[in-house]
Design a protein around this ligand. Structure first.
Ligand code: DLL
Length: 439
């Protein structure tokens, strides 16, 4: 780990600051190998490649790759549990799985080499976010089938941190451990980090005055207003990190602590594209679209042009930190999280942006979607700050309603709840309660 060009500290400077032309050449070389591996070992890819009329021999440039078929989450479900494996099951030494709210979960497998790559990209992401060898790291991401806990854990150990594998829940105890162990870094979803801040305040514990300096937050959409809230209440710099199980887990991309403006995605291991979700055509560079990712070094279960359903924009302009890898600009949400209310499209994170930091309310909220006739309606449940009298709730509701209307253009009902009434998160927050009839 060294300083590259006297700039930011990097875990793998020769790769992180690699000139983009050289990076593209490396990508093509790795892509050709992994595409062939996927095609030769996974019946699903043989089928989709032949339906698209392509073989690995047709991949002579990165542009050629636009002709290759996409992989969807349903493909993983249809091939449950191990049909997407490209190596014998015995060579797969770890599996993770999504909790699967509907139908079968999606399974992901890793060889020993894949786990090493994962730990490496995670360690790289941590350094990018300001974590250093020797740091005391408190890991409040859930351990288990979810990739968050173990992903961060192995990355931090590889870097040389001391890790407390706290997992989610038992928040009071987490705060005691963070204090007693002198944690410099907290790993948690932004909504759980907020929960920790709130419980600490209630317990009269001042985390702000202590060694805590960084909150590594990800796994769900969050806004700059939430970042300011976390910075202020925990006395940290909160940084964003992105990833998804199907691709590897956390460690796909991370913000640099120097800029906190877009997440560097590790292009030597992941090939990123954005597409128009309707047509499947690539969007112009810098234009928003659905993020599509191909794993360039994942042997157990290569993902070829995996449609993440996450909407974002890619920025290849140079970053002041010196890293050359493309930046994913904040993920506003998945396209299936998008709500259409009286003809207006919105993501829960847009509502968050309006709510967090407003006077008299706390940064906890839920959106309730109902159907009246053929129209979907939106109710936003917000929570009054302690000490606000109930007579003021009407005025607060009108104020919030006005700001949502003027910033997002949607008319919604606001319900102001008493302090503590919005459910608190211990992992990924539930932002939407969908009460529409299932048809
Ligand atoms: O959430 C992996 C992860 C763990 C990332 C810890 C970061 C930290 P999944 O459970 O498969 O994996 O969920 C992946 O979560 O497609 C996005 O919709 C969303 N997501 C993840 N990170 C972010 C982020 C993990 N930083 C899905 N901003 C993804 C917005 C995010 N959304």
């Amino acid at each position: 780990m060294t300083d590259a060009n006297n700039g930011a500290l990097m875990y793998a400077p020769e790769i992180e600051a690699m000139p983009r032309e050289q990076l593209a050449a490396l990508q093509l070389e790795k892509l050709q190998k992994i595409v062939r591996h996927a095609y030769e070992n996974v019946a699903h890819y043989q089928k989709t490649f032949s339906a698209a009329g392509v073989t690995p021999d047709d991949l002579r440039s990165l542009d050629d790759f636009a002709k290759f078929p996409f992989t969807m989450k349903t493909d993983l479900r249809d091939n449950y549990p191990f049909g997407m494996f490209a190596v014998p099951r015995e060579e797969v030494i770890r599996v993770h799985a999504s909790s699967g709210t509907t139908g079968k979960p999606t399974v992901v497998g890793y060889t020993k080499e894949d786990l090493d790559v994962w730990s490496h990209v995670m360690a790289r992401s941590l350094v990018c976010m300001g974590v250093r060898p020797g740091d005391m790291a408190h890991n409040a991401y859930g351990y288990g089938l979810f990739t968050g806990g173990l992903g961060l854990h192995y990355g931090a150990e590889t870097l040389g941190c001391t890790v407390t594998p706290a997992s989610g829940g038992f928040t009071e105890r987490q705060i005691v451990l963070m204090q007693d162990f002198g944690a410099r870094v907290l790993f948690a979803t932004p909504s759980y980090a907020l929960n920790i801040a709130e419980v600490a305040e209630k317990e009269g514990v001042d985390l702000k005055g202590g060694p805590l300096e960084i909150a590594v937050c990800g796994a769900e959409p969050w806004t700059d207003s939430m970042r300011k809230e976390l910075d202020r209440r925990l006395g940290v710099k909160a940084v964003d990190t992105y990833g998804l199980s199907e691709i590897i887990g956390p460690g796909v991309a991370a913000e640099c602590i120097e800029q906190r403006n877009g997440l560097h995605a590790w292009e030597d291991n992941f090939l990123l594209e954005t597409i128009d979700p309707e047509t499947g055509e690539r969007t112009a560079p810098g234009e928003p679209g659905e993020l599509v990712i191909t794993t360039l070094a994942k042997w157990a279960q290569p993902m070829i042009r995996y449609r993440t359903r996450d909407i974002t924009r890619l920025d290849t302009t140079p970053c002041a930190c010196g890293r050359t890898h493309v930046r994913i600009m904040r993920v506003t949400g998945r396209d299936d999280d998008m709500l259409i209310i009286r003809g207006v499209n919105l993501y829960p994170s847009q509502v968050e942006d309006v709510l967090v930091g407003r006077p008299s309310i706390e940064p906890h909220y839920q959106l309730v979607v109902q159907r009246e006739g053929s129209m979907d309606t939106l109710t936003v449940e917000v929570e009054a700050s302690p000490g606000v009298v109930t007579e003021d709730y009407d005025g607060i509701a009108k104020d919030v309603q006005h700001h949502i209307k003027s910033r997002i253009g949607v008319t919604c009902r606001i319900v102001v709840l008493s302090p503590g009434e919005v459910p608190r998160s211990e992992g990924k927050a539930v932002r939407v309660r969908d009460m529409r009839p299932k048809d």
